[in-house]
Design a protein around this ligand. Structure first.
Ligand code: HEM
Length: 452
């Protein structure tokens, strides 16, 4: 694919997206209709410049350029502005760092996400999913957004700190994490100068982030004192992990930053995807019928087990399709040196961005891209090039470390719920997409109907 991004002839500047205003740039379009605006950029080229105020961003609209930046030439790029702005919240975990430091941290964290551990986590996820659906009453409306968030927070919290020692931490996660998650996108996009304004919004956000950080610090201190670092949860693994190359261990503060990063990166993403899966099932009764048939054959009415997951082929296609339609909106990178990409001159320090969301709705890449059709994954399963055009988890050295965790977590919940309930959309409600790190349903009231 490298040849497609190379280009002979003199480098030119990227075309500017239409509608730029003095000082504001494209801020109004982004503010009013961010999703439609990002999607419209592909009409203007493979690399399109937009200005957020006076901050220029080169948006990559073709899978080849995204692949070049994330994978082939990844060492030429740093994390970029969105991540810089999140560093005061996330700390210096793998989400916000790059270069050698990031590689070392990622090496040390990888074992916690190994398949063997994910098998262990499935048991916990299955228990959480059972508890969620046992709390429902036939005919009584639930908010699938709230339910999915509760499930995702419990799954991640149990992965990080299993055991009684950390009950207060799990409670604190449920209290403070939603506040931090809601404020994150605003923080990422608003000017830094506004962070310190003593307005209630900032105070609430800073207090919640502070509480989360303190809670994790307390649990780490307790784990270290009580030799809890022998368990199988992520916290124990991080506290006992030794870098194979340098022999280094992680300082307590670094462990805290990584734990926080996992919570922030791994909760809303999974929760939102799970909510969309049920939204799409509710709107597509034939898909729902086929999914129920598969779940009945593989799982029946017992709790979901780790060895069920690879058998849930159709359920997996439903998940992939829901995630294709409802993907993360935007991630940034920064050019560490000047370069030419597809004939376009990218100066040192320039910001680049890619949108899995816009890519996954490109009619040149997916036929009838707005149609929800899980069967497309049956045909496209092995198609060449899929790896580059379907990137809900990103690609390259910053590819989502929690991708297998997320797949297991979501399939476990879907199968567990589907073995008991049909979730019917509440009548008279129009579900809209609300822009966020991963666009969210505006609301998702559903009514559980018992299946057996
Ligand atoms: C459906 C659910 C999820 C989606 C769609 C998703 C998506 C992504 C994407 C696109 C990236 C790459 C961002 C970039 O290119 O800069 C990423 C990174 C990351 N994700 Fe996820 N994610 C999901 C679930 C999770 C879960 C469950 C966890 C942890 C338990 C997690 C932890 C992380 C971390 C730590 C990173 C940063 C990795 C690095 O920079 O080395 N994610 N995720």
């Amino acid at each position: 694919m490298a040849t497609q991004v190379e280009h002979s002839g003199p480098a030119v500047n990227a075309p500017v997206a239409p509608g730029r205003l003095p000082l504001l740039g494209h801020a109004l379009q982004l503010w009013r209709q961010p999703i439609a605006f990002l999607e419209s950029l592909r009409e203007h080229g493979d690399i399109v410049r937009l200005d957020i105020g006076t901050w220029p961003v080169h948006v990559l609209t073709s899978p080849e350029h995204v692949h070049a930046v994330l994978v082939q030439q990844a060492q030429r790029f740093g994390r970029g502005r969105i991540f810089d702005r999140l560093r005061p919240v996330f700390g210096n975990g793998i989400v916000t760092t790059d270069g050698e430091f990031h590689r070392k941290q990622r090496r040390m964290m990888q074992p916690a996400f190994h398949r063997n551990h994910i098998t262990d986590y499935t048991e916990v996820m299955s228990r959480q999913a059972e508890a969620m659906s046992a709390s429902w009453t036939a005919g009584r409306e639930i908010s699938m957004v709230t339910e999915a968030r509760g499930y995702a927070m419990s799954s991640v919290a149990e992965m990080i700190f299993s055991g009684e020692l950390s009950r207060p931490a799990v409670t604190e996660v449920h209290r403070s994490l939603p506040i931090v998650l809601e404020g994150m996108l605003v923080r990422a996009l608003m000017p830094k100068a506004l962070d310190r304004l003593p307005i209630p919004y900032n105070q609430r956000f800073d207090a919640a982030a502070g509480r989360l950080r303190r809670t994790i610090d307390e649990v780490i201190a307790q784990y270290s004192a009580e030799k809890g670092a022998e368990g199988h949860d992520l916290l124990s693994l991080l506290l006992s992990s030794v870098d194979a190359e340098s022999g280094a261990t992680m300082a307590a503060e670094q462990v805290r930053d990584e734990v926080l990063a996992i919570m922030l990166a791994g909760t809303e993403t999974s929760a939102t995807t799970l909510a969309w899966v049920f939204h799409e099932l509710g709107r597509h009764p034939e898909v729902e019928r086929r999914l129920h048939e598969e779940v009945d054959a593989v799982v029946g009415t017992r709790p979901v087990r780790a060895d069920d997951i690879p058998e849930l082929t159709y359920t997996n296609h439903v998940f992939q399709e829901a995630l294709r339609l409802h993907s993360p909106l935007l991630f940034t990178r920064r050019a560490l040196s000047p370069l030419t990409l597809g004939g376009v001159a990218i100066p040192e320090g320039a910001e680049l961005a890619y949108s899995p969301y816009a890519l996954h709705r490109d009619p040149a890449l997916f036929r009838d891209p707005t149609v929800f059709d899980p069967d497309r994954w049956r045909q496209e399963g092995n198609e060449r090039g899929r790896a580059q055009k379907y990137i809900p988890f990103g690609a390259g050295q910053h590819k989502c470390i929690g991708d297998s965790f997320a797949v297991t977590e979501i399939l476990t919940a879907v199968a567990s719920v589907a073995s008991r309930w049909r979730l019917v959309p509440a009548p008279g409600v129009t579900v809209r997409e609300v822009p966020a790190g991963i666009p969210q349903p505006s609301e998702l009231p559903m009514i559980p109907v018992a299946r057996h």
